[in-house]
Structure formats: structure tokens, C-alpha cells
Design a protein around this ligand. Sequence first.
Ligand code: SAH
Length: 218
Amino acid sequence: MVRSPNFDQARERMVQRQIEARGVSDQRVLAAMREIPRHVFAVKTNQDRSYDDCPLPIGFGQTISQPYMVAIMTQLLRLTGNERVLELGTGSGYQAAILAKLANWVYTVERIPELSEMARSNAVECGLSNITFIIADGTKGWPDGAPYDAIIVTAGSPGIPGPLFDQLSEGGRLVIPVGDRFSQTLKVVEKIGGVERIRDSLDCRFVDLVGEYGWSEL
Ligand code: SAH
């Protein structure tokens, strides 16, 4: 794995200034963000911007999310270490890698095969072996691994896909950006006594979740 002192310093600054300073306080999340080398997940041409306070292009019109957004969404899942987690929108695999540090097993679904392959090799480079990479339309969830203690959607959706709620375990949490194609609100959905309880977190902007229960392709 590439370990450069400059990257290490930049990552520490990223955690302090972009994440801790904005109120992310879950120590396990902060430790994972310190540990996972974000530059491994950026495409070569963008590696010097890996620790900047913004999303970065990863090809195919997709992006790796802003570090703060990764941290806050992860914190909202309240992982303690034993969970089975489903992620929709593997992209570079960065979010999946953070989740893999904090949960027992991660299933991550991506619709673009080339991105899934890239993410898999990035995870191997980081020595992670508790992630299952799936190429499919994630809006239908992934029934083979269900039920999940936590589900995270890293693409913007017009609504909460029904299959995701169905595949959530009792007491489980789903974090998903819901809105129009230009702006969304992070929704935190909990399953309590089989019933959904939804609250709004912050506003955000993600690329489209494209699929049967998401947006149709443009
Ligand atoms: N979590 C990623 C960033 C996600 S960008 C990271 O850490 O790098 C959003 C991703 O969602 C894109 O790669 C896009 O191809 C994928 N996506 C969009 N609709 C999808 C669907 N229905 N199923 C699976 N992946 C989807």
C-alpha cells in the first residue's frame, strides 16, 4: 500500500478540520477515517486532491463523496462492530472500506461493473477482506444477504425504495439521500416494531440512484 508522509499529514488535517471541527464525534468513525488511505480510492490524476473538502470524479460520470459526507452518514448508522451492512453505490469503494472497519461484514452493490472491479482492487490494496462486491441494480436491495442491521445509499433517490425497508432488520437503520435530481435531504429511517420512523438530517447533493426503484436513466 502507498504510504506517503504527505498523504498521512493531509489525512490528519482532513479529519481535524473537515470532520471533527464540524461536529462528528463518534470516535470509531474518526479512527476509521484516520486509518483508511483515501488517496488509494481516488483516480491517479486526482490523487493530490484526495484529502480536499469536496467530492472527486472517479469516471463514468460518478464521484467519490466529500469526506465530511462519508463521516456524517457513517456516524448516523451508529455501528458498534457486529453489524451486517448493505451499501448501494460502491463507486470507488471508499465508503465501503470505512464501513468494513466499523462493522462485521459489508455487502456493496454497484451497477457499473468497471467501478465495482476498481473498488474491489482498492479494498484489496487496503488489506480488507470483509466486503462482498455485487454488480446489480441496488434499488432492489440484495436479498441474499438480508436482513441488514444498517443500509446506506450513496446516490440520490426520488423516494425510499420499498425493498430496502423490507431487508432492514428490526431496530435497523437506513440512511438515504431523498429529493430531486439536484438536491436531497439525508433521511434516517429506523424500523421499530416493523414500522418505519423517519427523520431528516442534513441537505446534500448526490449523483442519481438509477434503477427500478430509483431514477430512470437520462
Ligand atoms: N460510495 C461511493 C460513491 C458513490 S457515487 C464511494 O465511496 O466512492 C454513486 C454510485 O452509485 C455510482 O458509482 C453509481 O454508479 C452507483 N449507482 C447508481 N444507481 C445505482 C443502483 N441502482 N445500484 C447500484 N449502484 C448504483
